[in-house]
Write a protein that binds this ligand. Structure first.
Ligand code: C2E
Ligand code: MG
Ligand code: MG
Ligand code: MG
Length: 289
């Protein structure tokens, strides 16, 4: 649609497009070879863990595993830059399996260290969720690590679920039957219907951080947050807010009966050693493994 413009600017856009396709191919090739080295010393992928805190007790009850790509030349690459491409190419399936296995093994390592129990949630994107062997893969990761299923949670977005609703509900039931919890990530940004929501065997709604960012000042966002909290509670779900950065946001959420929070206010995503420290600090009663 830029063809109308003069020759020079057209060439500019055309070469920009080429560059981005080329860039994608380079990125994809890089991802493939990086993944080939996982697990192992040379693995360039890494999981950070972000604490989830109970708003009433202040207890760190869970962590979300968040992937990072430690690129030898480009440094730490955000998942926002490569998860989409991993989805498009299908590489998300083996990459996601690495995430599941690494997170489950980490969860079990914290238990082995005698730390208080903490639930681990793992993000599962659309293609990964739809893939035939997902349930087997989850089961394999649990068995091989020894992590009890009750300590694992799978985060899915509304949009992943709505692509084939009946199938999604069946798959969620299979996951639930294994004893693994499910939550809806980025709730409010997708387009799941309320009747679909009612049929999901989930235990938690995550209020998207876009509604939290301006929570202290925006009446609209306040109304949305309050509505999600009350809807969640009426459906017997726990409600967690993501992206909580300020005390004002936390206070509003707490005053409005939100159950849990996650965000920079408490902690950024951190390496597993830091989670172990946080767990040890709060665990005056260290349980034996
Ligand atoms: P998400 O699952 O909604 O994760 C929350 C994102 O918000 C994370 O970004 C987290 O670092 C960021 N965040 C947490 N607290 C705050 C805060 O207080 N303020 C702000 N501004 N941001 C906060 P991250 O780690 O860059 O991940 C982005 C997205 O990439 C995730 O969104 C998730 O959809 C996807 N992702 C991350 N790791 C994985 C993975 O292992 N597998 C899959 N399939 N997707 C992943
Ligand atoms: Mg998430
Ligand atoms: Mg989220
Ligand atoms: Mg999000």
């Amino acid at each position: 649609y830029r063809a109308k413009e003069n020759k020079n600017s057209f060439q500019f856009y055309a070469s920009e497009m080429n560059a981005s396709v080329e860039e994608k191919l380079v990125l994809l090739e890089g991802m493939r070879s990086a993944l080939d080295a996982c697990p192992g010393q040379a693995c360039q992928f890494q999981l950070l863990y972000q604490p989830k805190v109970d708003l009433r007790t202040g207890r760190l009850f869970g962590v979300e595993a968040l992937i990072r790509w430690n690129h030898p030349e480009h440094g730490l690459i955000s998942p926002l830059r490569f998860i989409g491409l991993a989805e498009e190419s299908g590489l998300i399936v083996p990459l996601g399996e690495w995430v599941l296995r690494t997170a489950c093994a980490q969860g079990q390592a914290w238990r082995d260290a005698g730390l208080p129990e903490v639930a681990i949630s793992v993000n599962v994107s659309a293609r990964q969720f739809e893939e035939k062997r997902l349930v087997e893969r989850i089961d394999g990761a649990l068995r091989d690590s020894g992590l009890p299923p009750r300590l694992l949670e799978v985060e899915v977005t509304e949009s992943s679920l709505m692509r084939d609703l009946a199938r999604a509900v069946d798959k969620m039931r299979e996951i639930e039957a294994m004893g693994v919890a499910l939550s809806i990530d980025d709730f409010g940004t997708g387009y799941s219907s309320l009747s679909a929501l009612k049929s999901f065997p989930i235990s938690r709604l995550k209020i998207d951080k876009s509604f939290v960012a301006d929570l202290a000042h925006s009446r609209d966002d306040q109304a949305i947050a309050m509505a999600v909290i009350s809807l969640g509670h009426k459906l017997d779900l726990r409600v967690i807010a993501e992206g909580v950065e300020t005390e004002e946001q936390r206070d509003f959420l707490r005053a409005n009966d939100c159950d849990e929070m996650q965000g920079y206010l408490y902690s950024r995503p951190v390496p597993p050693e830091r989670i172990a420290e946080l767990l040890a600090e709060q665990g005056t009663t260290l349980v034996a493994a």
